[in-house]
Design a protein around this ligand. Sequence first.
Ligand code: ZN
Length: 446
Amino acid sequence: MSIDSYEKLDRLPIEKVFKDPVHDYIHVRHTLILDLIDTKEFQRLRRIKQLGTSQFTFHGAEHSRFSHSLGVYELTRRIVDMFERNYPDEWDCSMRLVTLCAALLHDVGHGPFSHTFEKIFETDHESITTDIILSEETEINAVLKRVSHDFPNQVASVITKEHPNPQVVQLISSQIDADRMDYLQRDAYFTGATYGAFDLSRVLRVIRPYKDGIAFQYQGMHAVEDYIVSRFQMYMQVYFHPASRGMEVTLDRLLYRAKQLFNDNTLYPSFELLEPFFKEDAELSDYLKLDDGVLQTAIILWTESKDAYLSELSKMFLNRKPLKSIRYKKDSDEDIVEKLRDIVGSLNYDKELFTMTNSSSDLPYDYKLKNKTPIHLMHSDGSLIELSKASPIVKTLSGSLHGDHRLFVPKEFLEEHSQAINMFQEEYDVFKRYILNGAVIHPEEK
Ligand code: ZN
């Protein structure tokens, strides 16, 4: 059976809806989509928060990867419906199911506090997403195979950007895709930050397919521009917040310590669900047992650890007492950062575990990079113009990295030396001399 005829047979007798605070209703018309939502792998996303450690800065940000995934599905559905209505010659209607499934499943491989977890345990949510789609063991794979034996491969190829149809790939993954449009709006809503609120309905009106991908009608330029600016502001104000990064760094050091102790056979209590990751022989089934609750339970147990460092870091994470940061300049300050780390290490802190640098930077938009498709506006005669050529605002943001570099140290250290730190922020050179001459701290007195 062709995908097209499967798609028609697959329609539910009555459309099903999920009430959503951001998009009002999520509309489901296909049994296939409903059955994917009901799989245990997809339900696991209810137990993983979308924003990781940002919830410790913005307490409203308790939304899950489940709600974001439904949101991406819904935006994609609205776009695909509009393409089918308005652009039947440019859009291949047989792409409907594969596009909707990829939208729904694009984040299914995320784990608890993905960013930090992946770094310590060397996992990768994108490749786990394709594993979940392709593995014979998963319910998701079984549901997708109902369409055809090859259908899981087709869905996975959208995630890996290898799908032959560029329109499908760009809807799910580009510089303005359904994923980003959902998370900007959703994260803005749940954090309470208003920066992410661009004119989504206008963007969805002016998006259109053309032979090489997705473009936007020229008259919709300001809505697209607004999206780029809101993305920039969300990164600066929400995603890169120093307190969230402090919690991230604290979690990173905590997991690093636990792994270190496990390797030395001295992790007490150990934690069975994490052991395959400590041993680096985790299988997909081990990964699918993880969620925020599992990781938090391990951390609660470790607050009682006999290892003073693990216990201290676990308490800091659990009770939101993160390491605090000092901003520095990447190129010129490496020596002073090392010196500061040594000073902290010479006090009662382990240098490896209680200091860490963290850099956050983002490119709001770029049209020159090989792996990033530029955003194109389409004139009424069908000719294209790249966004930054038409918009002075986007031109200003385009191609430049925004963000900062921070050294994280114990809070007490910063408080004790607040005068010196203030000097660092205001009059950097004086501070540098001060530190390098050893005037700040006399370790022998400690
Ligand atoms: Zn996503």
